[in-house]
Ligand binder design. Sequence first.
Ligand code: AMP
Length: 433
Amino acid sequence: MKIPSVKGFHDVLPGESARWARLESTAREIFERYNFGEIRLPIVERSELFRRSVGETTDIVEKEMYTFSDRDGSDLTLRPEGTASAVRAYVEHAMQGVDPVTKLYYFGPMFRRERPQKGRLRQFSQIGAEVIGRDDPAVDAEVLVMLADLLRGFGIESAEIGVNTLGCAECRPGYREALVAWGESRLDERCADCQRRLRQNPMRLLDCKQPQCVGMRDEAPKMIDHACAACRNHFDRVLRLCDAEGVALTMQPYMVRGLDYYCRTAFEVVASGLGSQNAVGGGGRYDGLVQSLGGPAVAGIGFALGVERLALVLEAQGAAATTAVPEFFVAPLGEAAESAAFGLTHRLRVAGARVEMDSGSRSLKSQMRRAGKLDVPYVIILGEDEVAGGSITVRDMRARTDRRGIAPIDTDVETLRAALAAVATTAAAEERV
Ligand code: AMP
């Protein structure tokens, strides 16, 4: 009997994984230009880490975490996001001692028990970055400009970056009161979650997904109208620096993000081609988080992009997933030829060529059929004659020509490529005559 994969947990197959690898290598290149260093974080953390950072009354902590009791009774969780882990690592390794500004990036799977649908999985992968140590608006702008560079680097055409300010310890309490007052005015029309969370966490009223709550949102008070002078100045400077670099930002006065630790600058990236799950990434400033996790009183800011959703956007834009094609297919006929083919294949691979080899017990016809399916440009044929003569025959699959004795069996890859190129040039010249 087959054992299927678990709902919401997907395989990423070759072709699709090549797209992922390209996204990751582009991200790596851009992160390194901005002087970020990669951190590899564990997948399992103490549950307490997320309760304290993401927040007890968030959807993630209330409903979505994969929490389990280990055999020794410790309360553990499969990480639902990366920032808490990055900050935990920063504190644990006292990274402020290395440089007052710590810039980290990470790749990896996150786990949330959400209802699966297109673009929403229970295991999904993120590309994330964090800057810890400075509350300067130039850092927010650096992060946003880098985010725009990343999206451009990925080839995402339709992305829009929405921003908001979430205030600080000074001005947030006044805004919370305004939100509670607004929430209470039509409390009975709200969903059960919002009714329950109103006093504990009124910011959650703004990102509730229930239709009746979404409908009321446009009348809500805006944080920007309650922001203190310091928060306003901070936000203005972020916007100005981004504007000067041509990074377009859209003001979204009701965007609050689904996690409690954010303050001041918050942002979200949306793109078309995803249906209802149109957010490809998000992030923001988290100035109190490091201290609340036992570290120094330093500021932080970061974001995460969802790899599955980036891949879906690229697919919707018509970028096909590409399967890598071998440069050579080695087709041996019989056991003696297979031994020679085995050595030749290994030599070509060591020299850096992508090579597929078939089995000497299969007919030439079936090997050729397979090579054709793989779309390989050159098949190296090794039959009895070739072994006896010590040279190889190469079939050019595009030109449909066989070149007997084009190179010795012990050829190196450079000689072989040069011989094939010379043949192609001669053939082209003959055609012109
Ligand atoms: P968040 O921290 O929730 O804003 O997540 C950041 C990004 O991760 C989102 O914009 C998505 O691209 C991605 N993401 C979050 N949750 C999921 C999920 N359940 N399935 C797939 N991608 C997700």
